[in-house]
Design a protein around this ligand. Structure first.
Ligand SMILES: Cc1ncc(COP(=O)(O)O)c(C=O)c1O
Length: 359
């Protein structure tokens, strides 16, 4: 297999220590060893996410939590904020589960603003919840999450937040920002292989779930809460990913905790953006709304995003293609997981060669 330097948007490169941790001998998820691992990981996550809410560990990819949040928390109607493919997916998942969906959609590259949400909620006072994508991976847009949840809460709505490409790399304060359900997959900013989803669930969301009919069994929040009290999960969890996540959280702590972690992501982002701009390229998102974890770049004149992606691969760098209808117009540089500053230097040098620019 060709060894590529990964600047993907997930799954991302993992630290060697984390990969090593995954090779531990297995134990039963009903054993004392598992309970210790589970409780320790949950406590570390609660600290990192600044939340007193339950933090569940789920054996699924992130889309499973889109489904879980609408099934547990929405009886009839939900408002979905859409600024790209994943906002659209949340709406599709809600519809596929029989919910009525109000779509609040903005053009690609733009963020959903609190003013737009205010207007949409005034027009649709009967929605029970609002879905928001924090970092829209398809366009590289970071939505103004605390402002959006504030508006949703002023209207008394539940807040269901996809923080899939944000949690662990961008500021996120679950309790202060009043987020009822907030989830992310292991394979993004935490830098762990895929297969595990982390989700915080508020007391209010649990109370609503308790009375919800037809919420299914596999992702029933109340069942998760019951097992959580025993340091466990209702079904077999992905133990290697959980062990790896605990290891990553231990390392984050040793390296200076959340502040140092976010600073690292910010510095890497700034280095990537400066390098890209020095090459005469521009970013796709509206200025001021760029996600620090997904740098979505407009393709240079005379080249498509696919061309850039393919030529970078020939040089040993795996970026991410532009998403679906943005495939021709953009390419993306992931800033998640195990990436060093030297890796960024090398990647930018290769990018300069690819677009024929001089640095
Ligand atoms: C913002 C966002 N939400 C949801 C998903 C879906 O995740 P999964 O394919 O792991 O279910 C992704 C995947 O890239 C994402 O970036």
């Amino acid at each position: 297999m060709v060894k590529m330097k990964l600047f993907t948007v997930g799954p991302v490169a993992c630290r060697p220590e984390v990969l090593k941790e995954m090779s531990i001998q297995m134990f039963s998820h009903r054993s004392a060893e598992y309970v210790e691992l589970h409780n320790d990981t949950v406590h570390r996550l609660q600290k990192f996410l600044e939340t007193k809410n339950q933090v569940f560990l789920l054996p699924s990819s992130s889309t499973g939590m889109m489904e879980a949040s609408v099934r547990n928390c929405v009886k009839k109607k939900v408002l979905c904020c859409i600024c790209g493919e994943f906002g659209r997916r949340f709406a599709q998942v809600a519809k596929a589960n029989g919910k009525e969906v109000v779509e609040l959609e903005v053009p690609l590259g733009e963020a959903v603003t609190p003013e737009l949400l205010e207007e949409a909620l005034r027009k649709n006072p009967d929605v029970e919840a609002v879905t928001i994508i924090y970092s829209e991976t398809s366009t590289g847009v970071l939505n103004p999450l605390p402002e959006l949840t504030k508006v949703a809460k002023e209207h008394g709505k539940l807040t269901l937040v996809d923080a899939v490409s944000a949690m662990g790399g961008v500021e996120l304060k679950i309790d202060e920002w009043e987020i009822d359900v907030c989830f992310a997959g292991s394979q993004k900013c935490f830098g762990i292989p895929p297969g595990l989803t982390v989700a915080s669930v508020s007391q209010l969301a649990l109370e609503i779930s308790e009375k919800m009919e037809n919420k299914g069994w596999y992702f029933d929040f109340k069942l998760y809460e019951k097992y959580q009290q025993r340091g466990n999960t209702p079904t077999t969890p992905p133990i290697p990913q959980i062990a790896a996540l605990r290891k990553e959280l231990e390392i984050i702590e040793k390296e200076g905790g959340k502040t140092a972690r976010l600073e690292l992501y910010r510095k890497r982002f700034e280095k990537i953006v400066k390098g890209v701009k020095d090459l005469g390229l521009s970013l796709f998102p509206k200025p001021g709304f760029e996600s620090p974890t997904v740098v979505c770049v407009n393709a240079p004149a005379g080249m498509t995003g696919h061309d850039v992606y393919n030529r970078m691969r020939e040089r040993g760098f795996e970026l991410a293609k532009g998403y679906r209808q943005l495939g021709e117009r953009t390419f993306r540089i992931g800033n998640m997981g195990y990436i060093t500053f030297d890796d960024i230097e090398e990647m930018l040098k290769a990018l300069a060669e690819v677009i024929g620019a001089r640095r």
